[in-house]
Design a protein around this ligand. Structure first.
Ligand SMILES: Nc1nc2c(ncn2[C@@H]2O[C@H](COP(=O)(O)OP(=O)(O)OP(=O)(O)O)[C@@H](O)[C@H]2O)c(=O)[nH]1
Ligand SMILES: [Mg+2]
Length: 392
């Protein structure tokens, strides 16, 4: 399978993101020889973006779009599908829209000019929608400057300024968001996060994306803390018809990963997704365990894990930022997935995450179903957030 990729696309070493370059450099004594490590040049995965029917890569796709089936509404025509996917995102963001955009509209209703009181009220709305104090401050500073210079006088224009500033916070820090897989050897994704944020569910959804894109996937149950965790991953394995490597409850997670790497290499899997037990970012011992798991991967496969994905639950609001900082300090997070955006008014956290963390958001979770994991597209997100109100 990977040979096929190499044949199709060739090497693309110039596309190695900084994070992967760091990993490739972590050669340990018992790792493969440098020549083998050099072969592991990352490549963007040829996964079809849900809405565009294009690959998420900058490499010209050589595969006809129909051979990479999409996740959702497969029978719909592209135009219709685009609209319905966008509508669904917009609907799922309803609570955040209420807490942010609709409140701004209510505040601006009937107002003819921008005064200090209005800006103070606006600041409160931004902060309570979990955009973050500093981010809100920066946003308002720009508005105040424009008002002072008499470049901005009516509230509707102010709303547009807010929207564009939010867009710039997200777009400036969110590129590149594509997952980049090596040209050779399995693409190892290690999934981490605090308890209950949606790690296992997200793994099931990501596996679905990869299998739909024609990749062979192996799931690894390195959450040995609870028997139920293994069972849960096995259910996702069955749903996706993919193999799950597991051991008994209480086994050393590093040992599970060690064996799983052998399975991945022996059977030539394209993608390996490792589920880890939920842990509080403040639990030092458990965080150390993550380091060990990561080390074991790197010893078995040079450059692994190629992606350390932190799952954040949007409903936790600002706490997500401190979680990310501590996980990042321990295992160098390379990508984020933000789950449960469908059930929260705290979706403004996306803006703060982008501004504060500068770690790309790969996916967003907008529901519990298999197809409810969206590629994160900053423009689409901003448009969906502000959409309905603009149409009024
Ligand atoms: N509404 C909604 N629910 C979600 C989303 N993602 C996950 N969930 C739900 O969140 C709950 C917890 O998900 P899990 O995948 O078990 O979380 P976990 O991080 O693996 O949990 P632990 O292994 O116990 O740490 C489940 O009920 C999921 O269905 C999402 O995007 N939206
Ligand atoms: Mg789990």
């Amino acid at each position: 399978m990977l040979g096929w990729f190499k044949k199709k696309f060739g090497k693309k070493e110039d596309q190695i993101p900084a994070s992967d370059q760091e990993h490739t450099g972590q050669t340990e004594p018992d790792q493969p020889t440098p020549s083998r490590a050099a072969e592991i040049s990352p490549q963007p995965i040829p996964i079809v973006r849900e809405d565009t029917q294009e690959t998420s890569t900058s490499i010209e796709p050589q595969l006809p779009p129909q051979s990479l089936p999409d996740l959702t509404e497969q029978q719909a025509s592209p135009g219709k599908k685009e609209t319905s996917l966008f509508q669904r995102l917009s609907e799922r963001l309803a609570k955040t829209k209420e807490s942010l955009v609709y409140r701004i509209d209510t505040l601006f209703l009937g107002k003819k000019e921008i005064d200090l009181e209005l800006l103070d009220d606006l600041e409160e709305i931004l902060i309570t929608a979990d955009i973050g104090v500093n981010t809100a401050q920066e946003l308002l500073d720009e508005a105040r400057r424009k008002v002072k210079r008499q470049e901005l006088s009516d509230p509707q224009t102010l709303k547009k300024v807010i929207k564009e500033k939010i867009r710039s916070f997200i777009t400036e820090s969110d590129r590149p968001a594509e997952l980049v897989m090596p040209a050779q050897g399995p693409f190892i994704i290690m999934v981490v996060g605090v308890n209950g944020v949606g790690k296992t569910t997200t793994i099931g959804k990501i596996a679905h994306k990869f299998t739909n894109a024609g990749q062979s996937v192996l799931l690894v149950a390195a959450d040995t803390f609870r028997a139920a965790a293994v069972a849960q991953l096995k259910i996702w394995g069955e749903r996706n018809k993919v193999q799950v490597v597991s051991q008994k409850e209480g086994a050393d997670p590093s040992a599970v990963v060690f064996d799983a790497m052998d399975v991945a290499l022996a059977k030539g899997y394209d993608v390996v997704i490792v589920d880890t037990a939920g842990r509080l970012h403040t639990q030092v011992n458990l965080m150390e365990e993550l380091k060990k798991i990561k080390r074991v991967m790197g010893k078995k496969i040079a450059g692994a894990p190629h992606e350390v994905m932190l799952i954040l639950d949007a409903t936790t609001g600002q706490n997500a930022i401190s979680q990310a900082k501590l996980f990042n300090a321990t295992v160098d997070i390379t990508g984020l997935t933000l789950t449960k955006l469908d059930g929260t008014a705290k979706g403004g956290i996306v803006v703060n995450i982008c501004r504060e963390l500068k770690i790309p958001i790969r996916f967003i979770g907008i529901g519990e179903q298999l197809e409810d994991l969206r590629d994160f597209d900053p423009d689409e997100f901003v448009e969906a957030l502000f959409q309905e109100q603009e149409n009024l």
